[in-house]
Design a protein around this ligand. Sequence first.
Ligand SMILES: *[C@@H]1O[C@H](CO)[C@@H](O)[C@H](O)[C@H]1NC(C)=O
Ligand SMILES: *[C@@H]1O[C@H](CO)[C@@H](O)[C@H](O)[C@H]1NC(C)=O
Ligand SMILES: *[C@@H]1O[C@H](CO)[C@@H](O)[C@H](O)[C@H]1NC(C)=O
Ligand SMILES: *[C@@H]1O[C@H](CO)[C@@H](O)[C@H](O)[C@H]1NC(C)=O
Length: 371
Amino acid sequence: MSPLSAFVASLGLVSLGSAAIIPKLNAYPGHDVAVESRTMNEIYAAAKNESGELIVLWGGDAVSQGDPTIAAWQARFPDVKLNLIVDVSKYHDSRVNRQFQRDGTDGADIAVLQTLHDYGRWKREGRLLPYKPSKWEDVYSSIKDPVGAFTGMYIYQFGSLVYNNESLKASEIPETYEGFLDPFWKDKLVLTQPNDDDAITYLFSIIIEKYGWEWFEGLQKQNVKWVRGTGEPANYVAEKNSSRIISFATNVITAENVAQKSVEDTRILWPQTAAIFATTPRPESSRLFMSWLLSDEYQQQFINNGSFLSRKDLVSKSGSVWNEPYTALTQFSTFMENRDLVEWWRLQFETSLGVAIGVSPVESFYGRIHD
Ligand SMILES: *[C@@H]1O[C@H](CO)[C@@H](O)[C@H](O)[C@H]1NC(C)=O
Ligand SMILES: *[C@@H]1O[C@H](CO)[C@@H](O)[C@H](O)[C@H]1NC(C)=O
Ligand SMILES: *[C@@H]1O[C@H](CO)[C@@H](O)[C@H](O)[C@H]1NC(C)=O
Ligand SMILES: *[C@@H]1O[C@H](CO)[C@@H](O)[C@H](O)[C@H]1NC(C)=O
């Protein structure tokens, strides 16, 4: 290999014959890439050639939410060190944006976040490395960028009722959010403050659009325990003898005394979306991570627990997300793009509830489960 083509190869550039070299470093127009055709082991072999830790910014609000992915990666690809950092998406993107302004780097190889409005802007700014992971063609078209700048990897949701099933019977759980205005639910609810997380902001906005401000005002009479983060409500619900026994602002159901009930009411779904930063010094490791997230082996957990899926060729007990009668998958990103609207709702909630107080949800949740 000539020094130039070795250099080009090391950058992940594609050479066409010996003359034409088309750089594929970022998602500007004209840089459409082919879908990954290598096997996972072939990408792994290329990734092993790279050095340093693969830094993945993982949107979440409990450090433990990253543990299964970290453990599975270490078992499958022990020679590529993974540094997967869990924090709320709005702090991850904020740090990335500040670092980029300071020195033109992003401080990470990959972002897997809830803040869907970031991806279009990062793409327009030429900051994403286009990549179509293996199985990309099986991902629903509406949740991926046509040129592979970013891809919806799995489907998250809020709005199911998560409850302590030692304290409550399934038959006691309301069928709609309106049911929570019954005096029976006074002192029993724990909810994420809706001005602290855009997904909860959106959930509250669509509930209020349906049931009116009366619903929100009624809810405030129920002496709700308001917390930061969407992991923390589940901790309250799971506590033995807790008085806070139900939430619709979490999706964590890992404790043995916690169960989940879907309501036939509006709720929210979104594709948790991933992209590679164009500044990555580890493009092959990044490609490996992206292809692995979409792989049969990684997706199996979502089939096992009955989640909706981003891949149309796989089947879980929930069926196709496009048949979901209560929520529209793509509406959350429409909301997120409209920052003026998000701010309008956030301030509505702040007007009534005040600002969210306390340490970052990751720290408080972490503290609670590790104390
Ligand atoms: C690893 O790097 C070496 C030296 O640059 C190169 O010869 C080899 O093809 C690379 N292996 C893979 C799998 O990319
Ligand atoms: C729960 O309450 C019961 C009855 O008051 C008490 O005996 C038990 O120790 C409590 N359990 C915990 C974990 O606090
Ligand atoms: C509570 O729900 C879990 C499943 O999330 C189940 O394993 C457990 O048996 C249930 N407990 C009771 C008391 O129903
Ligand atoms: C399924 O597992 C994923 C990953 O652990 C989790 O985010 C999701 O909430 C779970 N969904 C259900 C319905 O249990």
